[in-house]
Design a protein around this ligand. Structure first.
Ligand code: AMP
Length: 403
């Protein structure tokens, strides 16, 4: 790495998509952002915005066969603006990797042994780790000389005490199959809990925060003095809150019942709980904007879906208040948490005895900045703190390659 190398390319490779951001670490400026979707289909789409060049979003459609072709197309877009992968200013590539298991609790420079270990975790993250691995291999082939860093979604939760991380099942069976609670969205929970402390003018070590990451996927975490002590997702991202398409917490006996009585296969049950449940299963929509619109029109199914979503959220706020003992702040983040004022209002309604309240006019403000929405008298700060997983990945990556 040369002294002038201050840029980090962040890659988030999904099964049929690649999201990317090129960030200048001098000040966190986005130089380019983009997304390749529907990889492997005839109608793949690449949307690239050259922010540094002040250019408009460029969109191209047409078959992109695989991740290799996708990354080459991204590299060509970046090169067109003088930001190519061959630039000496590129310090590293930071990869979001969903599952780091018990081994990876810190950002890690990727070598063959690390890649093998990420592969070994595929059985516990079959939907996510294979795509992450493909993204890493493709990027390595394009810039074999450049440091590539894995930043794990599970890492922030590695501080959970054993009594929070273990399921109450037979220990030998659990250990033989690495069954335990790992947690996800860790990059976001880390970033948001730190930012919330800053909003309160405190060091992260001084505050206890409940972070509610409410996007299409959703998770809650209890963060005590900067360390995660519990989180709602478990072995996989299926556990916990009601999500866009996932059920969250459910009696595991439902799965035996579906097998024995409904005759469903394991794959069918997997698809039901991960893709056809949550808000979409309850009311046919997983976008909170659409659900609110339907509620305003008097739609009963949308109302019930919303109420179930809020009820689960409240239970986690209560549970994590008990886990933390003292709560200094509740922070809402991600697509729903940052934008849906009615969700924030409903989740905190009735929690005055716990020191939590939302001020209606503060809650109605729209902004990209971290902000308080609780009234001054409230004992617990309620905040909206926009997440920035890409910046967090870039910062962790850059810190590691400069260490
Ligand atoms: P994320 O996974 O963080 O990108 O969040 C995506 C979700 O955020 C969408 O599925 C919507 O439910 C929700 N969302 C995005 N914008 C809004 C908005 N303006 N109001 C309410 N919900 C929103």
């Amino acid at each position: 790495m040369t002294a002038t190398a201050t840029r980090v390319l962040v890659l988030n490779s999904g099964s049929s998509s690649v999201k990317y951001q090129l960030i200048d670490m001098n000040d966190g400026t986005r130089l380019a952002v983009g997304l390749v979707e529907r990889i492997g289909e005839q109608t793949s789409r690449l949307a690239h915005t050259p922010l540094a060049a002040g250019g408009d979003k460029r969109e191209t459609e047409g078959a992109i066969a695989d991740h290799d072709a996708a990354l080459k197309a991204v590299a060509a877009e970046l090169a067109a603006d003088g930001l190519g992968l061959d630039s000496p200013q590129l310090a590293a590539i930071g990869h979001r990797v969903v599952h780091g298991g018990l081994k990876f609790t810190e950002p890690t420079v990727i070598d063959d042994a690390v890649l093998k270990e990420i592969e070994r975790l595929v059985p516990v993250a079959p939907l996510h780790n294979p795509a992450n691995i493909t993204g890493i291999r493709t990027a390595q082939a394009m810039r074999p000389d450049l440091p590539q860093v894995a930043v794990f979604d599970t890492a922030f939760h590695a501080t959970m005490p054993e009594y929070a991380a273990r399921y109450a099942i037979d220990v030998e069976t659990a250990d033989a199959h690495r069954i335990r609670r790992y947690g996800f969205h860790g990059t976001s929970h880390a970033y948001v809990s730190r930012k919330t402390a800053a909003l309160l003018g405190k060091d992260p070590s001084e505050v206890n925060v409940i972070v509610l990451h409410l996007g299409n996927g959703a998770s809650a975490s209890a963060v005590a003095g900067g360390r995660c002590v519990d989180t709602s997702m478990g072995l996989t991202p299926l556990e916990g809150l009601v999500m866009g398409t996932r059920s969250g917490d459910i009696d595991p006996a439902v799965t035996f019942h579906l097998k024995r009585v409904a005759g469903m296969s394991t794959d069918e049950i997997d698809a039901l709980l991960n893709k056809k449940s949550g808000l979409i299963g309850l009311c046919g929509d997983n976008d909170m904007r659409e659900i609110r619109r339907r509620i305003d029109e008097g739609d009963e199914r949308a109302r019930l879906a919303f109420d179930i979503y809020i009820h689960r959220l409240k239970k986690y706020i209560g549970a994590y208040s008990a886990v933390l003992g003292r709560v200094d702040a509740v922070a809402f983040t991600a697509g729903v948490g940052e934008n849906a004022a009615p969700v924030r209002e409903a989740a905190v309604a009735g929690l005055e005895e716990m020191g939590m309240a939302v001020d209606a006019s503060l809650n109605a403000v729209r902004s990209d900045e971290p902000r308080l929405i609780s009234p001054e008298y409230a004992r617990v700060a309620v905040a909206v703190v926009p997440t920035d997983e890409e910046l967090e990945i870039a910062q962790q990556t850059y810190a590691l390659v400069n260490a």
